[in-house]
Design a binder for this molecule. Structure first.
Ligand code: NDP
Length: 246
């Protein structure tokens, strides 16, 4: 479905990003995977992708740093002929009730989840304009649509990603560039692994489908958005949440 395409995926060596990288590679895409460090785990993930017969490479970048983002873009463009798809997946939580949030908790979440997504998109959009086409997929969250107690910083960052997504869709639709977002509900990854079993049970009980989602559930939607099957869809936010926010 993505044969001959190249995708850049931030946070592509763990959790949802890793599932997206694998799904894309299984469907023929070359993948440039960005992680914060060149760890053995990250290298192993990339080797697994290469074993699927595609060109896969690991890059390190802190998406908070606009200069690093611009230079990793140059590195990627030097290694791959052309980039077709950008998946802004990197994200963190620093949860607390609003009054208890430290400045660092606020800065980290806004800088990585929102500013990082803006920096990456800004860097690659020029390339997409030059190529007369491109596809941006942002990973937001249902929390960005509905708000959540204890996640004011995170919800604000993810709501910002929704505004960014719609604006990019409006600005660049005429240039054959699509921009959509996925809003996952609770997905089983390192991010949610820290929740107690009791809390997970409580969350599952509030979801119509009575279970947490899997990274593959998000990856399948990312594949749809990356492919021509969604060719006339832009500016859309697709929830993958088992009905959590209906
Ligand atoms: P994980 O905690 O498993 O992975 C987070 C990823 O983000 C890691 O790959 C990490 O890289 C990367 N990352 C963190 N900080 C930076 C940074 N400064 N620069 C570059 N990369 C960074 O999270 P998930 O897989 O669960 O989450 C992926 C996305 O999905 C996030 O945006 C999250 O907000 C969103 N989401 C997740 C939900 C869930 O329930 N899990 C629900 C809704 C949305 P490294 O491996 O190098 O540390």
């Amino acid at each position: 479905m993505l044969k001959g395409k190249t995708a850049v995926i931030t946070g592509g060596t763990r959790g949802i990003g890793k599932a997206i990288a694998r799904k894309f590679a299984e469907n023929g895409a070359n993948v440039a995977v960005i992680a914060t460090s060149d760890s053995e785990g990250a290298r192993e993930t990339v080797r697994d992708l290469q074993n699927l017969g595609v060109n896969a490479r690991l890059y390190t970048c802190d998406v908070r740093d606009a200069q690093m983002v611009d230079s990793v873009k140059e590195e990627i463009l030097a290694d791959f002929e052309k980039v077709d798809i950008l998946v802004n997946n990197a994200g963190v939580t620093r949860d607390n009730l609003l009054a208890g949030l430290s400045i660092i908790d606020i800065d980290d979440v806004i800088d990585i989840n929102l500013k990082g997504t803006i920096f990456m998109t800004r860097a690659f959009i020029r390339e997409f304009v030059k190529n007369r086409g491109g596809n941006v997929i942002n990973i937001s969250s249902v929390v960005g649509l509905m708000g959540n107690k204890g996640q004011a910083n995170y919800a604000a960052s993810k709501a910002g990603v929704v505004g960014l997504t719609k604006s990019v869709a409006k600005e660049y639709g005429r240039k054959n560039i699509r921009c959509n977002a996925i809003a996952p509900g609770y997905i089983e990854t390192d991010m949610t692994r820290k929740l107690s079993d009791e809390k997970k049970g409580e969350i599952a009980g509030a979801i119509p489908m009575t279970k947490l989602g899997k990274p593959e559930d998000v990856a399948n939607t990312a594949l749809f958005l990356a492919s021509d099957l969604s060719g006339y869809i832009t500016g859309e936010i697709i929830k993958v949440d088992g009905g959590m926010y209906v």
